[in-house]
Design a binder for this molecule. Structure first.
Ligand code: UD1
Ligand code: CA
Length: 429
């Protein structure tokens, strides 16, 4: 696509009241800046990201996701503001689409709407009930845009205007070359405003856009609104593909999660970091993180931690699984299964624990087919349990168990008659 894109991400983000740069705050598991870069790259092979505050941190994080972003460090000392941000961009193409970095809801399809318009400046606007904080779009009686006035520069009369600048612009590259040097910082914030380019252009076109899609996130309150919007978008998409959700407003799904087939998510479920659910039922208040769940039921109140692969299995309440492969397994209650591989037909009794950590290293537990692990078993790793084994309740397994065996290490039970009364004395008689 023959368009360049510049994403402005060099602002301090003072209104976030945070040590983290504004655009590094996450929505649905990913930084706001990640969301917008990802979409921009769908329409352009020439994406520039303007940074300044904590530039190294931003570069490091974004380079982990993308490999061909042109980072530009804004000359913030001399040219602060959104106008200053784009002064050093050298677009490869004749048109430059400029985006605010704090618009996480914007998608490639929304960006595409600008590309078919031809003017020195194409700007975007929407009408909103609470215009506070946005630049107001001042028009003459013919609805021609005269200027954009920032909140801090606006007169009381201008503040009443409800048509606001959405913060996405399409510029002719040549127009920018000619006009960026003309910007001044003659305003309340002593900044160079990109919005003043509207006044310098002979021809300005305005695109009417959707308020929710183009919302700018300036505060943690805005962040919470954008999070809800993003979650609604993610969940709607899955529900339309056939995923059933009980009380979807209580469910949290990160942006890289995949859900396939006829799956159900009950209330309070969290699916994190690329969890992949296939034909499964995830019950109330279960957390699944970076794991594959296939043809299984999980929870309620189970925790599946990263790198687990669970297939044809049933995981019940208060079971924690980490970095384990379970195939055809039942673990109904109260267990910790970490660094384990457990095979078909095996039943994990209540209170079973893989002791995978000795304070220094992590070790594997391997359990074969059709093993009956009695309640309250400790499996001290590294340990291998072969097929068709019975482990008696309360056993601490410290050695490998061969096929077909029983493992039992119970201390004999003693019963001392009337011990209670000897110990506490006999009251009331
Ligand atoms: C801006 C617009 C406003 C519009 C609103 C839409 C200006 C002057 N105002 O206001 O008209 O209604 O967006 O959401 O543009 N940035 C830099 N360098 C800087 C300053 C900011 O790169 O020196 C970046 C920020 O990181 C941010 C974006 O530009 O991603 C917008 O800055 P922000 O401070 O949020 O502008 P608003 O006050 O919201
Ligand atoms: Ca903003």
């Amino acid at each position: 696509m023959n368009i360049s894109v510049a994403i402005m991400a060099a602002g301090l983000g003072t209104r976030m009241k945070s040590t983290l740069p504004k655009v590094m705050h996450s929505i649905s598991g990913f930084e706001m800046l990640y969301h917008i870069i990802k979409e921009a790259k769908l329409i352009s092979d020439d994406v520039h990201v303007i940074i300044f505050h904590q530039a190294e941190l931003i570069q490091e994080k974004m380079n982990a996701y993308f490999d061909d972003i042109n980072f530009i460090i804004q000359d913030h000392a001399n040219f602060p503001g959104t106008g200053g941000a784009i002064m050093d961009v050298k677009p490869k193409y004749e048109n430059l689409l400029v985006l605010n970095g704090d618009m996480p809801m914007l998608q490639a399809k929304d960006m595409q709407n600008f590309m078919y318009l031809n003017a020195d400046v194409v700007m975007s606007a929407f009408t909103c009930k609470e215009p506070f904080g946005y630049g107001r779009v001042i028009m003459d009686s013919n609805h021609t845009v005269q200027k954009i006035v920032e909140e801090k520069d606006a007169t009381d009369e201008e503040k009443k205007v409800t048509s606001v600048n959405a913060g996405v612009y399409l510029f002719k590259t040549q127009f920018l070359k000619d006009n960026l040097p003309k910007l001044t910082n003659n305003n309340a914030q002593k900044e160079y405003y990109i919005t003043d380019l509207v006044t310098l252009a002979k021809e300005v076109k305005a695109v009417n856009v959707d308020e929710e899609t183009f919302m700018g996130v300036n505060s943690k309150y805005h962040l919470s609104i954008a999070e809800t919007l993003m979650q609604n978008r993610i969940k709607k998409e899955f529900m339309e593909k056939g995923v059933l959700m009980r009380l979807p407003q209580t469910i949290y799904i990160e942006a890289d999660v995949r859900i396939e087939g006829e799956s159900t998510l009950e209330s309070g479920v969290s699916l994190l970091r690329g969890a992949h659910i296939i034909n499964s039922v995830i019950k109330t208040n279960t957390v699944v993180e970076k794991s594959i769940i296939k043809n299984s039921t999980i929870g309620p109140m189970a925790r599946i931690r990263p790198d687990s692969n669970i297939e044809n299995s049933h995981i019940g309440n208060f079971v924690e699984v980490k970095k384990s492969t379970l195939f055809g397994v039942k673990a109904g209650h109260l267990s910790y299964l970490g660094d384990a591989s457990i095979d078909e037909g095996t039943n994990i009794g209540c209170g079973t624990i893989t002791c995978n950590y000795d304070g220094k290293g992590k070790y594997k537990t391997i359990i074969g087919k059709n093993v009956f692990v009695g309640s309250d078993t400790q499996l001290v790793a590294p340990v291998t349990i072969s097929d068709d084994v019975i482990i008696a309740s309360g056993t601490t397994v410290t050695r490998d168990v061969p096929k077909g065996a029983l493992a039992i290490n119970r201390a004999p039970l003693k019963i001392l008659d009337n011990f209670f009364y000897k110990f506490f004395g006999k009251n009331n008689d």
